[in-house]
Design a protein around this ligand. Structure first.
Ligand code: HEM
Length: 330
């Protein structure tokens, strides 16, 4: 018994360690033997791109969300780089992906990786690592990303229909997240990714000029927008202007921080789906709880890692693409 106790303790500690780094078959440091510089190569590509255009960082964070939130008729297709495939019926052409950018950064990292360790690092992992780097490079938390994803073999336009829409009411946002295995906490934390980046006026115009009240009717502006902020938004997004870009996190778009939560609570959310987090008790409570809390960064990381496991392919499933925009069989 005296010998058994330390052995059990040791076994327990090893199990805890394994659980802390392994998510399904994904694991932190998956490429440490097969391509030890993989994560550095991705970071260098992200850094390079951001040096030319810092706005690529939020785009890369959004890219991972759009890669992961994809469902076929039978299952979550998820984080498998299907969003990077080019082609007429490919997922990327779905309206929900409008304005998606950053694919060329993933391709640049992939080309460098193919030179260093051909056929080893998946495009799906590059997407996840680049999103992680984008968070850290904008002042957010640095964190480990479990890797080992494989690239998917299908990319169909309609499979991206499940992606949330700016006009979704809070009930629909909650149910869309829930069917992907993400709860209200994940919804609030992940939406807080809007602490960085911008939106095209296209996604704001209906809130300003054609707002539909929940019971029908309307046609003017969203009544929940404070008058001075409404004037500010209308000055940026004139009627008919779809392309001008507006900060999602008013006053702090370049910095990863919790000010988006403050803006949501005070009625200064820019897009309707962010404002919607203030419209249910459950999500409002979470926004309030994370505002100014040291747990925000830590729990955001947890939600990102969780999102990164949606429908991930591992082992012998899928493939490791040679080029991220094409299946190997093409
Ligand atoms: C809750 C559902 C969500 C909706 C309806 C939504 C919608 C949008 C829209 C309409 C834009 C502007 C796109 C453009 O004009 O280029 C945007 C941008 C962005 N989204 Fe979301 N989003 C959601 C959740 C998320 C999640 C979960 C993440 C990441 C974890 C994310 C990260 C971003 C980032 C970083 C940007 C800025 C992109 C840029 O500056 O290029 N979003 N989102």
């Amino acid at each position: 018994m005296a010998i058994l106790a330390p052995m059990l303790t040791m076994a327990f500690l090893l199990l805890m360690e394994a659980m802390s780094v392994s998510h399904g078959q994904l694991q932190v440091g998956f490429y440490s033997d097969t391509c030890p510089d993989a994560e550095d190569i991705v970071s260098a590509a992200v850094q390079d791109a951001a040096g030319n255009d810092p706005s690529i960082l939020p785009a890369l964070l959004r890219l991972q969300f759009h890669d992961c939130f994809v469902q076929t008729a039978v299952s979550w297709q998820g984080c498998d780089a299907s969003v990077l495939i080019r082609g007429n019926d490919a997922e990327v052409n779905n309206n929900k992906h409008q304005g998606l950018r950053g694919q060329e950064v993933v391709e640049a990292a992939k080309a460098e990786l193919e030179d260093n360790c051909p056929g080893v690092v998946s495009c799906a992992d590059i997407v996840a690592l680049a999103a992680r780097d984008a968070v850290a490079m904008t002042g957010g938390p640095s964190f480990d990303v479990p890797t080992g994803r494989r690239d998917g073999l299908v990319s169909r336009l309609r499979d991206a229909d499940v992606l949330p829409d700016v006009a979704d009411p809070i009930s629909l946002l909650r149910s869309r997240f829930s069917s992907a295995g993400l709860d209200d906490r994940d919804l609030v934390l992940l939406t807080a990714a809007h602490t960085i980046g911008t939106t095209a006026c296209f996604f704001v115009k209906d809130r300003l000029y054609n707002y539909r009240l929940p019971g029908g009717g309307g046609g003017g502006s969203d009544p929940s927008i404070p008058a001075p902020f409404l004037a500010e938004l209308k000055a940026k997004c004139a009627p008919g202007d779809f392309n001008t870009r507006v900060a999602l996190d008013r006053g702090s778009e370049g910095e990863f921080d919790d000010s988006i939560l403050r803006n949501i609570r005070s009625g200064h959310a820019v897009i309707a789906s962010d404002a919607a987090l203030d419209a249910s008790n459950a999500t409002r409570r979470l926004v309030t709880a994370y505002l100014g809390s040291a747990r925000f960064a830590q729990d955001f990381v947890g939600a990102m890692v969780k999102m990164g496991t949606i429908g991930a392919l591992t082992g012998d499933d899928g493939e490791v693409r040679d080029v991220c925009s094409q299946f190997n069989s093409d």
